[in-house]
Write a protein that binds this ligand. Structure first.
Ligand code: MG
Length: 201
C-alpha cells in the first residue's frame, strides 16, 4: 500500500487498524504454513490467485512491515493534532445557556441577569411584542386596503419574524430572571391546557 492508495491509512485510528489487520493476516499465513507446509497452496482459490504458503507468508510479512513503519513514523514524529484521537467535544450549550452567557459576558451585553428586576425584563419583552404589534397593524393595512405603508408586505413579514424572534429571546431571559426554564414552563402550560380541554396527542 502506497500513500496515494484509496485505502491508505491516514488517521491514528486507521493506522492502528491497519496494524491489527496485517498482524492477523500474518497469523493466518503462518498458521496455514505450519499446518500444510511452505509449498502448499490454498486449493479453494481460483488458479490465477494461487500462491505457495511461502510466498503468501512473505507477502504478509512485507505488508506487516509497512504497517509497523507507519505506526513507528507516527510515534516518533511530533503529535499531529489533525489525526490524533481527540476527546469528544463537550455537548453544545442549550439556547437558554447561550442566551444568558451572551447577556452577561463582557464580550456580549455585559449585563447581569439579576441587575434588572422582573419589571425591567417585562418592559423589554413587552417592548418587543409591541414592535411586532406595530408591524401587524401595517400588515392589516394591506389586508384592508388602507394607504400609509412604506414597506412592502414581504418586507413587513420579514420584520415581523425579527420582532417575534426578539420577543422569544426576552421571554427566555425573563424566565431565567424568575428562576424558571422557558422550555419547561412552555411545555407545562401546553400540557395543562391540553388536560383542561381533554385534548390527547
Ligand atoms: Mg425588536
Amino acid at each position: 500500500m502506497k500513500p496515494g492508495d484509496r485505502y491508505y491509512p491516514k488517521t491514528t485510528e486507521q493506522k492502528l487498524g491497519y496494524l491489527v489487520e496485517e498482524c492477523g493476516e500474518v497469523l493466518a499465513a503462518a498458521g496455514k504454513t505450519q499446518r500444510w507446509g511452505f509449498s502448499s497452496v490454498n486449493p479453494e482459490l481460483p488458479p490465477e490467485q494461487q500462491e505457495t504458503n511461502r510466498d503468501w507468508l512473505l507477502r504478509e510479512l512485507q505488508d506487516l512491515k509497512g504497517a509497523i513503519a507507519l505506526i513507528e513514523t507516527m510515534l516518533l514524529s511530533p503529535p499531529d493534532v489533525s489525526s490524533a484521537v481527540l476527546p469528544p467535544a463537550p455537548p453544545p450549550l442549550t439556547f437558554s445557556q447561550r442566551n444568558r452567557k451572551r447577556c452577561e459576558s463582557a464580550l456580549g451585553f455585559n449585563h447581569q441577569l439579576g441587575s434588572w428586576t422582573l419589571s425591567d425584563w417585562l418592559t423589554a419583552t413587552v417592548g418587543e411584542i409591541g414592535e411586532a404589534a406595530n408591524i401587524i397593524k401595517k400588515l392589516n393595512r394591506y389586508r384592508d386596503g388602507i394607504p400609509g405603508n412604506k414597506l412592502s408586505e414581504r418586507e413587513l413579514k420579514e420584520r415581523l419574524a425579527e420582532e417575534l424572534g426578539d420577543t422569544a429571546v426576552y421571554l427566555d431571559l425573563i424566565c431565567q430572571a424568575a428562576g424558571l426554564d422557558f422550555d419547561t414552563v412552555r411545555e407545562a402550560a401546553f400540557q395543562r391546557k391540553s388536560a383542561e380541554i381533554g385534548y390527547k396527542e
